[in-house]
Each structure stands twice: as C-alpha cells, then as structure tokens.
Design a protein around this ligand. Structure first.
Ligand code: ATP
Ligand code: MG
Length: 443
C-alpha cells in the first residue's frame, strides 16, 4: 500500500535550490554591511525558557498573547518556547556571559523565528530575521549609525524605493503621561473601540495606535501624540538623531503613530517600508530598548537594534532578478566508467584544487546523456575523459557556453590531465577579468 505523503507544517516554508542563490546573495550582502560597521556575530539557541519572552517582550503584546510556540518538555517539565524574535535571546546571552562588563558591544544575528500567525503573503509561522543589537550605547549616534547601515544595505541590494518612518517614544515617565492621556481619550470614545482595543485600553493603550482595523483609523489619527509629551532630553535625542540622518543623506518622515509591537522600546523607533509588498510592507523594524537589559536581570545599560524580515526583502529581490538558471558548477566531468572513471576522479580533484566547482558524473551513462547533464548544469566547460584520451593521459575539453568559435576550447581540444586544473582555472579567470572590464567600461 502506498504511504501517505507528509507535508511541511502550515506557514513554514522549504527553501528550494532555485531560490537559494537569492538567499545566499542577500545573506552575503547583509554580512558585508554589518561587518562594515564593526558588528560581530552571535548565535543563540532557537529554544529558550518561556519566561525570557514573557518578561522580555511583555505580556500584553501580540507575540506573547497569541503567537508563541510554547510547550512543556515532556521529558523534564521545562516550559520552553521557539524564539519569536532574537533580541531577548541576545540580551540573555550577553548577561549570562558577561559580555558587557568592559565595553559596549555591536552584535548581529540571523536565523529563523517562529510566530503562530495566520499565514499570508509576507507573514509566515517560521520566518527569518537578520538583526543587529548595539548594547551599552546611549545614542543617538548608534541609532543613526544603524539606520545608515540599513540604507547602505538596501542600496547594495538594489531593492528599489524603501521609506523610513521615524518616531520617538520618550522615556518611561513621558510614556506614562501619554498613556494616561490616551486612556482618557479612548475612554471618552469607548463606543468606537473594537474588542481588541477595549481589552487593551488599560493594559497597553499604546498598542491601540498600532491597530490595523480600518474602522478605527480616524479615532486613532486624532489621539494624543507621544511627541507632544517629550521632555527636554528626549526631544534633544530625537532632534540630534534627525540631524545625523540628514548628514548621512537619509530621507525620513516622522510618524507620530509609529509605536512598534514590543513593550520594551523607548526613544527612537523606526520602520523601513516598501510599497511594493502589499499589506506586509515593513521590511525592517528597529529602535532603542534601554530598559530591557535591566528587565532581564543585567546591570542597566542602554541599547538599540533592528530586525530585518528576510522573506520580505527576498520578495523584493525576486522581482528584480529572475530565479533559476544559475550555474551549479564551472566544470562538468564526463567519463566512460572503469579506468576512465578513476582518471576522471583524479582530474576532478585536481580541478577543485585549482579552485573550480566541479561535478563529476556519477553512475554510468552514454557520453551523449552525460553531455546533456553537463549542459543543464550551467557549467562553462565539459571535460571528457574518454577511453582513447585516458589511455594517453589526456582529456578533451569543450566550452559549453561559447557562442564565439574563436573562444578557448570552443572546438573540442585534448589537454594533458596533469595541466587541466591550472589551464582551465587560468582561462576562466581571464574570461571573468574580461567581463569585469566590459562592465566597468559600460558604467
Ligand atoms: P507586524 O506588525 O507586521 O506583525 P511586527 O511588529 O510583529 O510586525 P517585528 O517583531 O518588529 O514585526 O519584526 C521585524 C520584522 O520581521 C518585521 O518588520 C517583518 O519584516 C518581519 N516579520 C515579523 N513577523 C513576520 C512573519 N510572521 N513573517 C514574516 N516576516 C515577519
Ligand atoms: Mg507581528
């Protein structure tokens, strides 16, 4: 009887080979940008104690209220959660390993996050973030620096226009005053609140501003603004940040309704938004979270960070660059089994020694069938180790992509096995040098 097929968990995606080059390109650029600003990598576990997130993210947030994958470890009764974000984990790791004892830190991470949301375009149950955290810096210099890093990244990725929305949430006291004003305002118009908002009215009224309910937009539009409650220090922080962004050539707009989903933010908050992604247009959220380190049991220290939603950026990249068609290797090695296989194996190793990516045909097939595979692999060259050539210590080389018959190896040409690696590596290097020259002349 045929076994039932198993499928992936809803909202959790496989990354298939056709898409992998986009992810690799994104990750490489992101790492370059992070390094360019002195950020160092941390990797924390995907599973943490549930208490880290309930304490670090806040009880009355979408994430903790309804999105966490929490479970009791049946083997030892521990309450665990698949991380919904990584800031709390990074802070936990810094406290646990005393990383902030002698100097501040610039750290970055990337990896999967888990939130039990309704899957839709740009919203998944397992998704990926690349993020950075600058711990021990009061700002606003590092706040600006992180925004410049992101601007640089968007430019190198060529993902088109993304706009920056900026706000300041002030300090605890200013937020408390704003909160009281918000509660008074919403209480006076309680009949216009939806169920979510009514529930949050006293626990987290700030989050009402973040509502996605269209019926509440005008109510929220007229609500008291945090910017009207900022004191001198908070105002100065916000103004300096805006000056630095101007110096760095970053355009932005102040959005007084921008509050962000998590409880621990203060002062600077921002989002980068693309208009090409529909409802899920925010590709990155960031800001300052000065209270968090102390909330998680560390010595008080200010901090600031961001998280990029990788799937959303990949979607923008996908629009620019068609997927598929990427070469899997530089050279495809063909053989006729038996002794030719062992010669081919040595040849392939030698080509790899020379720095080339090589597929050595596995199993037995006619040379014609192997040639088809070679072509499909996208390889630049086929190396054919036939019986006649192998007996003389040689192989045939054929250029697979050369439209021009004067190109090296456009015609099949025999080559000593011993010099194969060096010759092909040099030919490929020369050809790519030529390409670089052509593109630089074009620009
Ligand atoms: P939203 O308001 O859209 O739910 P959020 O405030 O929950 O966003 P953050 O916690 O700030 O999002 O996460 C930072 C970024 O990670 C988001 O801007 C987005 O790009 C991405 N992101 C968040 N949740 C998801 C998800 N479920 N699927 C894909 N990407 C996500
Ligand atoms: Mg969310």
């Amino acid at each position: 009887m045929k076994k039932e097929k198993l499928a992936a968990v809803r909202g959790m995606n496989d990354l298939l080979p056709a898409e992998a080059p986009l992810w690799e390109a994104f990750e490489a650029r992101a790492v370059d940008a992070l390094r360019a600003y002195g950020y160092q990598q941390v990797r924390t576990p995907i599973v943490e104690h549930t208490a880290l997130f309930t304490r670090g993210i806040g009880e009355v947030t979408d994430i903790v209220e309804k999105e966490m994958y929490s479970f009791v470890d049946q083997l030892n009764g521990e309450h665990l959660t698949l991380r919904p974000e990584a800031t709390a984990s990074v802070v936990r790791a810094c406290i646990e390993h005393n990383l902030l004892y002698d100097s501040p830190r610039r750290l970055w991470y990337m990896g999967p996050m888990f939130r039990h949301e309704r899957p839709q375009r740009g919203r998944y149950r397992q998704f990926h973030q690349v993020g950075a955290e600058a711990l021990g810096f009061p700002g606003p210099d590092v706040d600006a620096e992180q925004i410049l890093l992101l601007k640089r990244l968007w430019e190198t990725l060529e993902i088109g226009p993304v706009r920056l929305e900026l706000n300041s949430l002030g300090d605890g006291e200013e937020r408390a005053q704003h909160r009281a004003a918000l509660i008074a305002y919403f209480e006076a118009r309680a009949d216009e609140l939806d169920a979510d908002a009514r529930r949050r009215l006293h626990s987290n009224p700030l989050r009402i501003l973040d509502t996605k309910n269209p019926a509440m937009q005008s109510l929220v539009e007229q609500a008291p603004r945090i910017t009207d409650f900022l004191g001198t220090a908070s105002r100065a922080h916000f103004e300096r940040l805006q000056e630095l962004l101007a110096v760095g050539g970053v355009g932005f707009s102040v959005n007084p309704r921008l509050v962000r989903g998590l409880d621990y933010y203060n002062l600077t908050v921002y989002e980068w938004i693309s208009d090409r992604l529909g409802a899920q247009g925010t590709i990155c959220g960031g800001g300052r979270y000065d209270p968090l380190i102390e909330m998680l049991g560390g010595r008080p220290a200010p901090a600031c960070g961001f998280a990029i939603g990788v799937e959303r950026v990949i979607e923008l990249l996908r629009e620019n660059r068609p997927t598929g068609g990427q070469a899997v290797c530089d050279v495809y090695v063909l053989h006729q089994g038996g002794a030719t296989y062992t010669s081919a194996l040595s040849a392939a190793e030698q080509l790899r020694d020379a720095g080339l990516d090589v597929i050595l045909h596995a199993g037995e097939a006619s040379l014609k069938a192997q040639m088809k595979r070679a072509d499909a692999s996208g390889a630049e060259y086929a190396v054919i180790v036939g019986e006649a050539e192998a007996a003389e210590g040689r192989a045939m080389v054929k250029a697979l992509r050369a439209a021009d018959t004067s190109a090296p190896f456009a015609q099949q040409r025999p080559l000593e096995l011993a010099e194969l690696g060096e010759t092909l590596a040099a030919t490929m290097a020369a050809a790519s040098g030529l390409d670089d020259e052509r593109t630089s002349r074009m620009n």
